[in-house]
Design a protein. Sequence first.
Lengths: 190, 190
Amino acid sequence: MPGQRSIAEAEKLAEAKLGGIPLRREQMAVVANIYRAASAVRQHLENSVLRGADLTWTAFVVLWVVWVWGESETRHVAEEAGISKGTLTGVARTLEGRGLLRRAGHPSDGRLVLLSLTEEGEELMRRLFPAFNEEEAFVAGRLSDEECRSVAEGLRRVVRQVEEEGEERRVTLLDGAEPAPRRSGRRAKA
Amino acid sequence: MPGQRSIAEAEKLAEAKLGGIPLRREQMAVVANIYRAASAVRQHLENSVLRGADLTWTAFVVLWVVWVWGESETRHVAEEAGISKGTLTGVARTLEGRGLLRRAGHPSDGRLVLLSLTEEGEELMRRLFPAFNEEEAFVAGRLSDEECRSVAEGLRRVVRQVEEEGEERRVTLLDGAEPAPRRSGRRAKA
DNA sequence: TTCGTACAATTTGAGTCCGAACAACATCCG
DNA sequence: CGGATGTTGTTCGGACTCAAATTGTACGAA
């Protein structure tokens, strides 16, 4: 396994590459490990509990959100699941086709769509979630409860930093320049 | 801005849904926040420094790996970058087309392909990486150096747990049953 | 009433991503 | 030498992804 040993080594190599420009090592390490951990956890969960139910990570997260929050408007589900509205439309369609999710128009506001689990969906989550949580415990197995709390708190601060100051920061960085559109995606109309 | 407040609430709701089955709260929170933080960080980095260079996160990581490690075999690059071999083939092709990456056959083993940066690629990384690292520092701005180290160390343990015991764990869980192929992806031949 | 503005979800386009199947090569063993 | 076995990178199918454009609905003002 390459991973852990190499991060420290990679830092040195990167610093050498830059010839004297100082590197924010601790910050670099924390970002690298956040991403590494996220991939590792996702992969483990997908391969252990999700594959058997033929669910992707995203599909599971969407089901989970609707499960715990009950019938919800799609924009909230997308926000809560951390995906775009457009992506949710597709995922929801897939899940609806598999009979796990239901969509219904909002009674008074015709623009909204409400998502809820079908009975089959509820049943699946009742069965699947305990197994999922068990694997969450497995991946965190080398951390004590106290350490879990402390790591979680640190990560929360990262999330808050980006959510509360990220936008402003991006504006400052680009300083007026247009945000440089993605090269992929639908083309500007003209 | 859904995020933080809701996790604690969601735990209670999930517990209620399960009626008495105990939940591993701390472990659940740490996993949820790992994923949340990873998305937030990725999005910020993509929108601030990467978009300007028309690079996706993955493309940047691949370039970074080749940059710091020098000419490398594709399987090592994929491993180090945390993506599959198949994905790397496509990403490398794209980067090659943009003149940032070079591919060369291995002199003695005809199966291998070696990746290295072109001069243009080197130049790009010299320019881009300092800005990238600056934003890494930004997202970790609410953590002290000491806190960064401690969070990183906690995450490293998660990664190691999955890397060292994940495979065995999956085998135990499935207990003989075939690993249940993905429903997506290429179909079995017959 | 008829605009115009403000949202909501969906469609669309370009592209990423995984993992199974595959083809090409390497290596071991008889 | 010849085949079995194992490894490598590539191809392929389906799901996911984002953001811009679009479509549909709501609601206030003229």
